[in-house]
Design a protein around this ligand. Structure first.
Ligand code: TYD
Length: 213
């Protein structure tokens, strides 16, 4: 029996292990026999990956906040239209490393008005909202230290600590506003523990409803 596709996103600041957890989650879902598309933002479709290359540069970071928000949303619109929607329509599950909440949390505190962010979300995402979003939460100092160990910081990661604190607050605010969609996970825990926390929520909220699994 075909089961309906579900859309899961992972959000949060730097160094919380989103990419690792997205991979692990996709793997666990595949073990259940589900077809999974593992994707990311900015990027995820050929055109959006081209925009990613332009955005994650000093030049991209130097754009006005509203311009950044428009660019991230434009990349998202293509990703939704060409990858996410078709996958969900075919009954696949989509696991996405960052999505629209990242624009609110990153471009919002830099000075993009909330109404603009809301409008861009309507245009880029439309009704395709995630079924479940994990906010991997940790103090920015901890996350940035981890990220810096791993690789050179991208221009958004290199923002001041106060900006990262503001982003954390936005993610937590989104989670408080939309508790039916969002689950905050303590990302200071060990990766295995974070993975177990995520999996138990997915089982309870999404897999539990599927008689076929
Ligand atoms: P990435 O290498 O994917 O970083 P991370 O490992 O932190 O997920 O780079 C994505 C960067 O782009 C990250 O610093 C957050 C930023 N970003 C925005 O500023 N706005 C957005 O809408 C998105 C999706 C990402």
């Amino acid at each position: 029996m075909a089961v309906p596709g579900k859309f899961i996103t992972l959000e949060g600041g730097e160094g919380g292990g989103k990419s690792t957890q997205a991979r692990a989650l996709a793997q666990s879902l595949r073990m259940k026999g589900l077809e999974v598309v593992l994707t990311r933002e900015p990027g995820g479709s050929p055109w959006a990956e081209r925009m990613r290359k332009a955005l994650l540069t000093q030049e991209g970071r130097a754009l006005a906040p509203v311009e950044q928000a428009i660019m991230f949303a434009a990349a998202r619109a293509d990703h939704v239209d060409t990858v996410i929607l078709p996958a969900l329509a075919e009954g696949r599950w989509v696991v996405c490393d960052r999505f629209a909440d990242s624009t609110e949390a990153y471009q919002g505190p830099l000075g993009t008005p909330a109404e603009v962010l809301e409008l861009l979300k309507m245009v880029a995402v439309g009704p395709t909202r995630p079924d479940l979003t994990f906010v991997l939460d940790l103090p920015p100092q901890v996350g940035l230290a981890r990220a810096a160990e791993r690789e050179a910081l991208d221009p958004f990661e290199a923002d001041e600590l106060a900006v990262h604190e503001a982003r954390r607050a936005v993610f937590l605010d989104i989670a408080a506003r939309e508790p039916h969609r969002c689950v905050v996970v303590d990302a200071t825990a060990a990766p295995d523990e974070i993975g177990a926390a995520i999996w138990s929520v997915v089982r309870e909220r999404l897999l539990g409803t599927l008689a076929a699994i």
